[in-house]
Design a protein around this ligand. Structure first.
Ligand code: GLY
Ligand code: MN
Ligand code: MN
Length: 448
């Protein structure tokens, strides 16, 4: 039986933005050779692998998700965009799934040339020959560093034949970081959708969480909502923390039973089309905040709303953390959890007993996304339209002698994903309940 050509069995992202990013990078780098590998597959145990996750820099420039691939750009007047990837292999494809192979990959992913990954050792020294500089990740992967050294040495071995060897190796990531900081329309569209799916997941978790359930059962509700919407993975390990577990900032155990009277803190976001969402919500398991829980919650919410206002073009990145510290420190004084003047509580960092992390980070392909927070002159990077940050102040009160019992084991964090726009900002996770009355209305007990 002769088979018709089958449709592609894998989803291919819109490729034009990836080509454009390579072109922009080539312009920026000007001369030399750019060479960047994707991630390696990682063994989990015995012969089982972790689900494969491609390298974010590599994906940004290619849209290509197979392991064992390298992108190269010969820079200069007429840059050549080259991809090395796995060859087609019927037997491996029967066992593990579809592979593009160089011919199809060249066509679909917009490359000038495409070669089997097995040809890397043979072809890269030629690509490096007579180039002044190599742009590649440096120090990210020891095996890659060793390969680069091996190829450079292969070129050096030919200098008596009149070939010149590169004299400089630059870390290309700092250039891509600058690009990745400002999201393009394609990225913003994906991040809006990732934000919406993750908001829906938190709303579902609020509705489903009931006293007597276990944290992992609430985690399952988050995953259910992610996966049914095409986001096959969380962007990071979900934190599903009841009661005092919320005071462990990176709590991952997710095994405790939910009790009436406790708060539940969930920090979870999906990864959609390689982009992360990152949301935290805190809600009362029994549907109603206690007075102390409500006081702390309202303080964190007040600080978070003030922080979001400070996310706008022209403001230094560090500004909204300062806002968080000011509002939270004053609130801690008002609640009698810190003593002294606002200036002294900030100066002595007494507030850090209850608020010990920063107010947010870049968000994008990675949950803690690429890019420096300070400029080379030491000043904070200034906010620009297209940047995406999280805004996530919190208060965590562990049992302690000088802390009234009503506050013990209250951990509250509220986190949204904020896109900087020309006029100010857009909250990509705004549909997730946050006001006290909305949170109480969304919970299981309130919903009946
Ligand atoms: N979920 C990680 C963070 O909030 O930074
Ligand atoms: Mn988070
Ligand atoms: Mn975060």
């Amino acid at each position: 039986m002769k088979r018709e050509t089958l449709p592609l069995p894998v989803v291919v992202p819109k490729i034009a933005p990836h080509v454009k990013r390579r072109q922009r990078l080539a312009k920026l780098l000007k001369e030399g050779l750019m060479l960047l590998p994707t991630s390696r597959e990682a063994t989990r145990n015995a012969d089982a692998h972790y689900d494969y996750r491609w390298d974010s820099y590599f994906y940004y420039l290619t849209g290509f998700r197979e392991p064992e691939a390298v992108v190269a750009i010969t820079l200069g007047k007429n840059p050549r965009h080259i991809l090395f990837c796995r060859e087609k292999n019927l037997e491996r494809e029967i066992w593990d799934g579809f592979r593009f192979g160089p011919a199809m990959a060249r066509e679909i992913f917009g490359f000038d040339e495409c070669y089997p990954i097995a040809d890397l050792d043979r072809l890269v020294p030629d690509l490096m020959s007579n180039q002044a500089v190599i742009h590649t990740p440096v120090g990210a992967d020891a095996l890659w560093d060793a390969s680069v050294a091996k190829w450079l040495n292969a070129v050096r071995a030919k200098i008596r034949q009149g070939i010149s060897a590169p004299s400089e190796v630059h870390d290309v990531r700092r250039h891509i970081d600058l690009q990745r900081l400002i999201k393009d329309e394609t990225e913003i569209d994906i991040m809006r959708r990732a934000g919406k799916i993750s908001s829906d997941a938190h709303t579902r978790a609020m509705r489903m969480a009931k006293p007597g359930m276990y944290e992992y059962q609430v985690e399952a509700e988050l995953l259910h909502e992610f996966v049914r919407n095409g986001a096959r993975q969380p962007a990071y390990g979900s934190i599903v923390a009841a009661g005092g577990n919320a005071c462990v900032l990176h709590y991952r155990e997710n095994s405790a039973q939910l009790k009436t009277g406790e708060l539940m803190l969930i920090d979870a976001g999906c990864e959609l089309e390689s982009y992360a969402a990152d949301i935290t919500r805190t809600f009362p398991i029994a549907g109603k905040f206690s007075p102390a829980q409500r006081d702390v919650y309202e303080l964190v919410l007040e600080s978070q709303l003030a922080c979001i206002k400070a996310v706008k073009p022209g403001n230094p990145f560090g500004k909204y953390h300062e806002v968080a510290v000011n509002v939270l420190a004053q609130g801690l004084i008002d609640l009698k959890l810190c003593k002294g003047s606002l200036a002294s509580v900030i100066e002595t960092e007494a507030y850090k007993q209850f608020y010990m992390h920063r107010a947010g980070h870049w968000l994008g392909l990675d949950v803690h996304d690429a890019g420096n927070y300070r400029q080379p002159n030491g000043k904070w990077v200034e906010m620009e339209p297209g940047m995406v940050v999280t805004v996530e102040p919190g208060i965590y009160i562990r049992p302690a002698d000088k802390v009234p019992k009503a506050f013990w084991d209250i951990g509250v964090r509220i986190e949204d994903d904020i896109l900087v726009t020309k006029k100010g900002n857009e909250n990509l996770t705004a549909s997730c309940p946050k006001a006290v009355k909305d949170v109480e209305a969304a919970t299981a007990t309130a919903a009946g």
